[in-house]
Write a protein that binds this ligand. Structure first.
Ligand SMILES: [Zn+2]
Length: 285
């Protein structure tokens, strides 16, 4: 049976290669139904959210990780965010027509890909890589090469039923194994799989199909869900960034300031007393 919307880690024990995969169907539909995305952008968003869940799997603490790109092409913003509790959200902002098979560099134009790690406790960390490879998976593999010197392979796919991500990564002690061709062999195997196979086959069968000659240790499947982290308090900070003067100016023509969350369409409204309180509290700190 296929477990829908799950994340799972596995380990190719004798090869010192670790793996993770994520398959999202219902939760991905939920996350994308609020915007009428062209197919190519729904696919791009699927790849990005799958990647954010995979990358969060590498965190060793509680917190969130986001993948974020601002472009000068038709796509002005691509963002996906996931937490170690296996929740995710994401969005794409764009203008005009997007060609169906346009490569990433054309969709976003001149852009950088930022990976931000935000622990619940401790300092935020951000790594940036130029967005100059053809796919998001290749750009993120490039990021791992530069930031952690770890060979990483990412396969990110999406179709109308959902999205899928596979990540393979050499462990630091890979170099101690005798079979130094193992990495290339494993990656070649992974590349033979097609998105439909990923979406329609359960993990145990997939592991057997891919790595039947290897000793695989698979961990428990973890449920993943779409969940937005927006709140009234957080939305207030966006009003804070407008500045007191502009906020009060808006309230001269309207009884409230209305803000819709871009990720989940939750609607928030703030009236004059909210705004006055916000800036009084803000200045007293
Ligand atoms: Zn929201």
């Amino acid at each position: 049976m296929i477990e829908g919307d799950t994340f799972q880690r596995f380990l190719l024990e004798e090869l010192n290669i670790r793996g993770e995969w994520v398959r999202l169907s219902d939760s991905f539909q939920q996350a994308t139904q609020i915007v009428d995305y062209p197919e190519s952008l729904k696919s791009l968003l699927g790849q990005a959210v799958a990647a954010s869940v995979l990358l969060t799997g590498t965190l060793k603490f509680d917190g969130r990780l986001s993948i974020h790109a601002r472009g000068e092409g038709p796509v002005s913003l691509l963002m996906a965010e996931a937490t170690n509790r296996r929740t995710f959200r994401g969005l794409v902002n764009w203008e005009g027509e997007i060609a169906q098979d346009a490569p990433l560099t054309e969709q976003l134009g001149n852009a950088q890909l930022a990976i931000t790690i935000d622990p619940d406790k401790g300092a935020r960390y951000q790594g940036v890589v130029p967005l100059e490879r053809e796919t998001l998976g290749e750009c993120l593999a490039h990021y791992f090469e530069l930031s952690e010197q770890l060979d990483t392979f990412l396969m990110l796919e999406a179709n109308e039923s959902g999205c899928f991500g596979l990540m393979l990564q050499k462990l630091p002690d890979y170099k101690t194994i005798e079979d130094q061709d193992a990495w290339n062999r494993i990656v070649q195997f992974a590349k033979t799989l097609k998105i439909d196979e990923f979406m329609e086959t359960d993990n145990e069968t997939l592991l057997l199909r891919l790595f039947h000659e290897e000793q695989v240790l698979s961990f428990e499947q973890e449920p993943v869900k779409f969940e937005c982290s927006c709140s009234r308090e957080r939305t207030l900070t966006s009003i804070e960034s407008l500045g007191q003067e502009e906020a009060l100016e808006i309230l001269e023509n309207s009884a409230t300031i209305a803000v819709d969350c871009q990720f989940c369409r939750q609607h928030y409204e703030f009236d004059r007393s909210d705004v006055v309180e916000l800036f009084q509290l803000g200045t007293s700190h």
